[in-house]
Design a protein around this ligand. Structure first.
Ligand code: DX5
Ligand code: ZN
Length: 226
């Protein structure tokens, strides 16, 4: 299982997005874009026009995380614009099957996100409809929050459900992922790691991405990091 790192531009300089994207382009696998609407979460970031502009400048595929109230209405447009992945929240989607299928039909990977207090079991039936399951390891809305260890049993459970399902669904964690917490996430079964402050808050973002991937790989292999 290869470990993927998705730096979140929420922790970058929004006035220099193209430069910030370029900074991690050679080291990261994805660029994580947090779309917040001030309704599903108490914060407001960017929407489709900025994502479209970023798509023209960023070489990494965009991992769009929609923390918005009405993903059924808005998510397909992010896929049509060219995002590599579009994640909608289970708590917000009224018609998740239709929306996830529209995301895939537009050529993007489809992700389903769930908050720390949302159980994963009710969504087992959706595994054939998704390419990635996102387990929030903080309450969504802000970067720089402390990692919630209470989510780790759900990471393990989700990994079991994915294994039983038999498909190749990626398991992403988002929130408080750092050099201190990433090993626990990988050991529990996560394979895609969003990191905002731990990458863009570091003196050397490229070195931070490489270190995070090395720590995750070592933990997943059951060994200790060098
Ligand atoms: C929070 C966002 C995260 C955030 C993570 O709601 O979904 O992607 O950027 O930031 P850190 O890594 O700083 O916790
Ligand atoms: Zn996010």
């Amino acid at each position: 299982m290869s470990m993927q790192i998705s730096p979140s531009i929420l922790a970058s300089d929004f006035a220099r997005l193209a430069d910030e994207a370029a900074t991690v382009a050679a080291a990261a696998d994805w660029l994580h874009v947090d779309v917040m609407d001030n309704h599903f979460v108490p914060n407001l970031t960017i929407g489709l026009p900025v994502v479209e502009a970023l798509l023209r400048h960023a070489s990494l595929p965009l991992d769009c995380h929609l923390m918005i109230e009405d993903p059924d209405r808005w998510a397909p447009a992010y896929a049509e614009a060219g995002a590599g992945n579009v994640t909608i929240h289970a708590e917000a989607a009224g018609s998740p099957v239709r929306t996830l299928r529209m995301i895939r039909a537009a050529g993007a990977r489809a992700g389903l996100g769930i908050n720390p207090a949302t159980p994963v079991e009710p969504y087992t039936g959706l595994l054939p409809e998704i390419d990635m399951l996102l387990l929030m390891t903080v309450e969504p809305g802000f970067g720089g929050q402390p990692f919630l260890d209470m989510v780790l049993p759900k990471v393990r459970r989700a990994r079991e459900l994915i294994a039983r399902h038999g498909g190749s669904v990626w398991l992403q964690v988002d929130g408080g992922v750092s050099e201190e917490t990433i090993s626990r996430c990988a050991e529990a079964g996560a394979d895609v790691f969003v990191a905002g402050s731990a990458v863009f808050g570091a003196d050397d973002p490229v070195a931070a991405v490489k270190e995070l991937r090395a720590l995750a790989g070592a933990a997943a292999a059951g060994g200790r990091p060098r």
